[in-house]
Design a protein around this ligand. Structure first.
Ligand SMILES: NC(=O)c1ccc[n+]([C@@H]2O[C@H](COP(=O)([O-])OP(=O)(O)OC[C@H]3O[C@@H](n4cnc5c(N)ncnc54)[C@H](OP(=O)(O)O)[C@@H]3O)[C@@H](O)[C@H]2O)c1
Length: 279
């Protein structure tokens, strides 16, 4: 089986579909996803928890072969409707059942990259990853990913089955993941950097020192502050010579195109130093 990507040649940027809904007539999900594919963005990210796998499946119908489809399992909402009411389920039986359900909802035969969405306090990661390895052997998934895990989790999981990617938040506003980078580099694991604009805050932040610095750097490049924030994540991978795939999310074609352009923004050493000083 051909690998999804070589560690030294990961996809340039992904498209996060967490917020994708079909309720807004001005933001057609099919147009969004097809525009992304036409522009060369083929890594699409969803999750069982996002409740939109059927919709994502409809957007890729007829273009499955062009897409690297990623989903996640293990986090379930409670019944209260509160945003903090969720729990983790990562035992072997859940791994298998969740995958079958995601495959059906997405309308695909294989999920290219399947992530454990969040570490479990109850289930040893070896049990979870052994079940995921079984899914690889059965052709249900192509590669194993982890999200919201620790360095120790990554090492223990990788000892059971190679981990292709770890998905963690990384932006100028959230830099904890940097402590994990030496381990990922040692193991040859790609970092998929989700929420590179701090869940959108860095697109509109004007009142903080970071917001001011982003606006200042953006002016010199005739760009927008959010584009500079995204370009900063792109630069982190290049600076460290480590495979990093920024994963911005959008439901807007116009924003998608701005985010694509951000990947080409060349920040100078002075720009990077200015941002470093306030992040
Ligand atoms: N593994 C995890 O636990 C985890 C957690 C969170 C997210 N994720 C993944 O990461 C993806 C991105 O996360 P995120 O959406 O929270 O953060 P983000 O990409 O930092 O920000 C997205 C927000 O910024 C807005 N936006 C995007 N591009 C813009 C632009 N060019 N100009 C102005 N506003 C723009 C979006 O609104 P519009 O729709 O209006 O563009 C949205 O509200 C998700 O879709 C998901 O796939 C993973």
């Amino acid at each position: 089986m051909t690998p999804l990507w070589m560690p030294d040649h990961p996809p340039r940027q992904g498209l996060g579909l967490m917020r994708l809904r079909d309720s807004d007539p001005d933001r057609d999900p099919v147009t969004l996803v097809h525009t992304a594919l036409d522009c060369g963005i083929t890594l699409l990210d969803t999750a069982e928890m996002y409740g939109n796998e059927e919709l994502v499946g409809r957007t890729i119908a007829g273009r499955r072969d062009e897409v690297t489809i990623c989903s996640k399992f293990g986090v379930r909402w409670g019944d209260s409707g509160r945003r903090d009411d969720w729990s983790v389920h990562a035992d072997a039986a859940t791994v298998v059942a969740s995958c079958e359900n995601s495959l059906r909802r997405l309308g695909v035969e294989t999920i290219d990259l399947y992530y454990l969405h969040h570490r479990s306090e109850e289930t040893p990661i070896e049990e979870t990853v052994t079940a995921m390895a079984g899914l690889v052997a059965a052709g249900k998934i192509r590669a194993v990913g982890l999200s919201n895990v620790t360095v120790d989790d990554v090492r223990r999981a990788h000892a059971v089955h190679p981990v292709l990617a770890v998905q963690e938040q990384w932006s100028l506003a959230s830099r904890d993941v940097e402590a994990m980078l030496p381990t990922l580099a040692e193991l040859g694991v790609t970092l998929v950097a989700h929420s590179p604009t701090g869940h959108g805050v860095l697109h509109r932040d004007t009142n903080t020192p970071l917001g001011a610095a982003l606006a200042e750097v953006a002016r010199t490049h005739m760009a927008r502050p959010g584009q500079v924030a995204l370009a900063w994540v792109h630069h982190q991978g290049r600076l460290r010579d480590h495979p990093v795939v920024p994963l911005p999310g959008t439901t807007s074609v116009a924003h998608l195109q701005l985010n694509l352009a951000a990947a080409d923004l060349q920040l100078t050493d002075a720009d990077l130093a200015r941002l470093e000083a306030v992040s």
